[in-house]
Ligand binder design. Structure first.
Ligand code: HEC
Ligand code: HEC
Length: 229
């Protein structure tokens, strides 16, 4: 039995040609696993004010995951500071390897999924832009500012209510692309890996035109850069 185990371990070592993957795996097991769990599903007993993300459902691609791992989630708009920055812990090669590992292992098809879901949404003709900005503003103020704040800094009234523990993102720092924002707002946080339903999905209430209008409004006013796709 012992001999068999040795053989299995040894052969997996021999045939692991992908050293980047192996390096990433090692770092994941040492550093990330106790929060994000063996399968990336964050199904551990750790108690935090914001639960670690289910990495099998994240909307982020490999490059974006790298950015979150490097700088921490707070840098990209999270109001809590539980997902730390690892830039003083690991070098570039190590950071790249662990991003590669989590993306390839837990959510390899996320980009395809995003393209597919987005392609199924309604196309909006270009001449609708000014109408969109007006509509986006109205809907943002009515539905989003209570949590995200009028300037989208993540400090709306709901965050000042001591009876609620709500941690909305500062949308002026989001690294989501327009397509990702649309899907995140449409489906809500839970569909994309958070544990709570604090960030609701809006597809029952609003059509694609309205949700895309809110994205336009956010992009025009709060997060002008769409530098990281
Ligand atoms: C102390 C617990 C903890 C540790 C350790 C930790 N994370 Fe996280 N991670 C979190 C939390 C909590 C979030 C959600 C951030 C938020 O919304 O405030 C998160 C978010 C992320 C995200 C963003 C996912 C998304 O959809 O936005 C990635 C990627 C990630 N973690 C990868 C890692 C990797 C890789 C490591 C190890 C190098 C790691 N994490 C270590 C708690 C942790
Ligand atoms: C009840 C509070 C609440 C309301 C209302 C709300 N949000 Fe959120 N939102 C959150 C929380 C909390 C998060 C953090 C992640 C999560 O839980 O999904 C979030 C996350 C997000 C994100 C993801 C940002 C990122 O970088 O990952 C976007 C985009 C967003 N909200 C847009 C909106 C828009 C647009 C509206 C209005 C249509 C809205 N939210 C309404 C609480 C809220």
């Amino acid at each position: 039995m012992k001999y068999l185990l040795f053989l299995v371990l040894f052969s997996s070592f021999l045939y692991s040609s992908d050293s980047k993957y192996e390096m990433g795996k090692k770092i994941y097991v040492q550093t990330c696993l106790f929060c994000h769990g063996v399968n990336g599903k964050a199904d551990t007993d750790m108690k935090f004010i914001v639960k670690p993300r289910d990495l099998s459902k994240t909307i982020l691609n490999e490059e974006q995951s790298y950015q979150v791992i490097k700088h921490g989630a707070h840098y990209w708009g999270a109001s809590a500071d539980i997902m730390p920055s690892f830039k003083s812990v690991y070098n570039e090669k190590e950071l790249a390897s662990v991003s590669y590992y989590v993306s390839k292992t837990f959510n390899p098809d996320v980009e395809k999924k995003i393209q597919k879901l987005y392609a199924q949404s309604d196309d909006i003709p270009n001449d609708k832009i000014s109408k969109m900005l007006k509509r986006g503003k109205k809907i943002y103020k009515r539905n989003c500012s209570w949590c995200h704040g009028l300037d989208a800094k993540g400090d709306g009234e709901a965050t000042r209510n001591p009876e609620m523990s709500i941690f909305p993102y500062d949308l002026s720092k989001t690294l989501l692309s327009d397509k990702q924002m649309f899907l995140y707002i449409r489906d809500g946080g839970k569909a994309w890996g958070t544990d709570k339903t604090d960030m609701p999905g809006w597809s029952r209430k609003y059509d694609d035109f309205t949700i895309k209008s809110v994205v336009k409004y956010i992009r025009k006013n709060f997060r002008k850069k769409d530098d990281i796709k």
